[in-house]
Design a protein around this ligand. Structure first.
Ligand SMILES: [Mn+2]
Length: 240
């Protein structure tokens, strides 16, 4: 890849009930990201996405800002655990492509793996079972064939169950497993791993290289993003 700034964000959790958060991201797209050459959105752009046939009128200003962004720079999206139903229709509508998880790339002297991060939380076996189920093409087809309102109810039920399950889990279970991180980096042959999902932004030096964790977005805190220029990586998060 040639020179020019590359930005990485994740875990915006945009929600129709929280227009301020969407506004914050639109501002970021129109200001900070306007000069970037590439923008990666590494999952959980939406708090929930139930299918591309949802007209999502409330998100129209967001879609327009993303379209403007995609017309200026390369825009890439990777699904998170909350928006894994984003499909080719929305991708075409906005102008991004959908990356596999993990996605490998080279940046300067670095060999990178980009991930959402949920696969690294390997102590949470219940969640990984659920993930395998909902990522199955047959499950996806069946779910998307149901009326939108029914999908909403199913998703609501799933979310309640997941919140109950989470409240009984230790915090360490919901963080990455260090052995899984080491093993993943070794197997993929990378020196840099970039992911979100855990909402624990930070830079971690490891024997295999470095792990960079993107932060979640909160209205009171402001934008959280990672920037790469030929001078290196810079994590910009109000908590770091
Ligand atoms: Mn997530």
């Amino acid at each position: 890849m040639s020179d020019g700034e590359i930005l990485f964000v994740s875990d915006l959790h945009l929600d129709r009930q929280q227009p301020q958060r969407t506004r914050l991201f639109i501002d970021f797209l129109e200001t900070r990201a306007a000069q970037a050459r590439v923008l990666f959105i590494l999952g959980d752009l939406f708090e929930a996405w139930l299918g591309d046939d949802d007209p999502a009128e409330d998100f129209q200003p967001l879609f327009e800002a993303l379209q403007r962004c995609a017309s200026r720079c390369e825009l890439h999206f990777m699904a998170g655990n909350r928006d894994f139903l984003v499909g080719e229709d929305l991708a075409r509508r906005i102008g991004f492509d959908i990356l596999p998880d993990p996605f490998l790339m080279t940046l300067g002297e670095h060999r990178l793996a980009l991930m959402h991060g949920d696969l690294l939380c390997s102590d949470d076996t219940d969640y990984l079972k659920f993930r395998a189920l909902v990522r199955d093409p047959a499950w996806r087809r069946d779910f998307l064939a149901r009326p939108l309102e029914e999908r909403r109810q199913i998703a609501e039920g799933l979310r309640e169950r997941s919140q109950q399950a989470m409240s009984g889990k230790q915090m360490t279970i919901m963080d990455v497993n260090p052995k899984t991180v080491e093993q993943t980096m070794r197997e993929l042959g990378v020196d840099t791993l970039i992911h979100g999902h855990t909402h624990r932004p930070g830079l971690h030096a490891l024997p295999a290289g470095q792990r960079i964790v993107l932060g979640d977005w909160q209205v009171g805190l402001g934008p959280s993003y990672l920037s790469w220029t030929p001078n290196g990586f810079r994590l910009s998060d109000p908590r770091c």
